[in-house]
Design a binder for this molecule. Structure first.
Ligand code: SIN
Length: 291
């Protein structure tokens, strides 16, 4: 895939050919830029070759989806552990006895829903998660979709001048907005929440490709430049990365799973289903310090 800018904005010039065919799974791309729905696998019982191909599908599509999966909480955790050590969220509620199993829940009495607004999960951590595996068990009759955006594509479509400007800059990410967010679960605020400085453009440790790594949820300012300039640049980048060209939108059904790579993807959950209920769990896999 090659993206470029002309006077009217980002465009696709070329979509690269697929690699070798998959042998143990099928992958149906949602768009040429991002998202692949995987079929032919029961996540309770995965062969090593299927694991390798799932990994490859994640790398190639940035976010992958599975339908009609029937995992217990333990099996969901076990699937996550096959990708690395699990992350514990610094603020959100978890299932009793399973601190790594984050609760995703909104109903008619909820003051808010998880993940509204574009973000990369917990980017305020010094070592933010590599990936998140969301299993939705109960869906509203309509709505509750999740949008995903490809941050390699967003980076690639910047002008060369903007890429040069951003080179070497870091930005401050904080989790201070978690304060008060989970009061309805009886969770008291912590004295402090994580914060970290990360490169504005990070290099993915597996693909070696560059991806934009600032997000509206956690990034507060770019370091080392005047604050008004930082606000202007961040607002430009947020508008740029929200271009639908870089996105796919997943329509959930009960027992679907989405697995996204936080190092090159941002996501945005829609809370458009009030007064209905949407619920599930997220298992989050630890990552490395961005560079
Ligand atoms: C999140 O993990 O940010 C929530 C996403 C969703 O509920 O779709």
């Amino acid at each position: 895939m090659t993206l470029f800018r002309d006077r009217s904005g980002p465009r696709i010039k070329h979509v690269a050919d697929e690699g070798a065919p998959y042998e143990t799974i099928t992958v149906d791309k949602l768009t040429p830029i991002i998202g692949g729905e995987i079929d032919g696998v029961d996540l309770r019982d995965i062969s090593n070759q299927q694991m390798d191909e799932i990994h490859r599908a994640l790398t190639e599509n940035c976010v992958i989806f599975f339908r009609d999966q029937h995992l217990t909480q333990e099996q969901h955790l076990d699937f996550g552990r096959r990708f690395g050590e699990l992350h514990i969220h610094p603020a959100a509620p978890a299932e009793p006895g399973h601190p790594e199993l984050m609760i995703i829940y909104a109903d008619k009495d909820s003051p808010r829903a998880n993940g509204e607004g574009w973000h990369s999960d917990v980017s305020c951590d010094p070592e933010p998660p590599m990936g998140s595996i969301l299993y939705i068990r109960k869906c509203p009759p309509k709505g509750g979709d999740t949008l995903f955006a490809n941050m390699y594509a967003a980076y690639e479509a910047l002008s060369d001048r903007m890429k040069t400007y951003l080179e070497g800059l870091t930005a401050r990410h904080t989790g201070e907005h978690y304060r008060g967010q989970y009061a309805n679960y009886g969770i008291k605020d912590k004295e402090s929440y994580p914060f970290a400085d990360h490169p504005v453009v990070r290099t993915h440790p597996v693909t070696g490709k560059k991806a934009l790594y600032v997000n509206e949820g956690f990034t507060r300012y770019i370091n080392g430049i005047p604050r008004d300039e930082s606000t202007g640049i961040l607002n430009y980048l947020y508008k740029h990365m929200a271009n639908p060209l870089f996105q796919c939108r997943f329509r959930w059904q009960e027992n679907s799973i989405a697995f996204w790579d936080n190092r090159c993807v941002q996501h945005h959950a829609m809370w458009d289903y009030w007064p209905h209920t949407r619920s599930g769990n997220r298992v989050t896999v630890k990552g490395d310090r961005p560079y």
